[in-house]
Design a protein around this ligand. Sequence first.
Ligand SMILES: [Zn+2]
Length: 352
Amino acid sequence: MFDETDAWAERIEESVQGIEFSTLLVGCRVPPIMAESEEMVWSDLGLTSPETLKAQFNREVGKAFSARSGSEVDFKRPDLVAVCNPADNTVDLEINPIYIYGRYRKYERGIPQTRWHCRECHGEGCERCNFTGKMYADSVEELIGRPVIKCCDAEDLILHGAGREDIDARMIGTGRPFIMEIVHPNIRSIPLSVLEETINSTAEGRVSVTLDHISDRREVETIKSGKAHKRYSILVEVDGDFSEDDVRISLSALKGASITQRTPHRVAHRRADKERKRDVIDINLRGIEDGQYRIEVLGDAGLYIKELISGDEGRTNPNLTECIGAPAKVTALDVIMVEGVVPEKVNKFQED
Ligand SMILES: [Zn+2]
């Protein structure tokens, strides 16, 4: 087997043709019969800490391949993993994803963050979805994904967001942290600035991004579980005639309050019905626009803003409807700030 080290390096070289990479890790699947024989040799010779066939093979083939290709070994985050199968002299190549951390803005209402399968056909295509398989024609994920998939000759792009805004909400100001996972890229040397420009020029002002740094799987978990504060700018319609002072007094009851929220009616079909507490850190009236109140709210991650205003038929307490004594509802919602949970370089997006 070890006489064939060079032959294995050559097989790996063939399997990576046309794929861009700078680091590669060699692995192998030792057939069970070989592993058993190996253990018999160990026990026959009474070896206490023998080097395994697998470790030796991976190291020697890895060295031979590096010598041929000039590539480096990366044990933690290799671009490629070449898994050798001694049983049939084949190589399975795994192309690891590229993770990029950045922030996105969404300037248009009515776009979901990620692809959303049609409820009727679950993606198969039917009359309801006009045979697209989707509930919405586009998503932030696809607007970012299409140009990136093309640039990187990749299979897919998955967007991992630090939370998500409602479909009818805009995401402006600081933008929202996200990590794009570029799946199966054949090209991985494109500078972030070029990717960023390509996305921003193809998303036609509906979405824009700033790309910050090359990320990894672990950071995906961090941003998904992060408890970032968020700031919202909302327009609120209240039934009846109320002065700015009336509204200010009502809002002061919510400032710093701990809000008890039962899962809202509007999401009850997809989330468990439970009660939770989230804080309103700050809430202020900014002015009046066309008879509606412009209000800014700074809240804990997961605070339901629409329900904070409407009360959701008593499921959210306290709420503005109750404080002001008349039905109040959000007519437009913008997220204007999402805190970061991982270190960022310079974010070109500023709070508006
Ligand atoms: Zn459908």
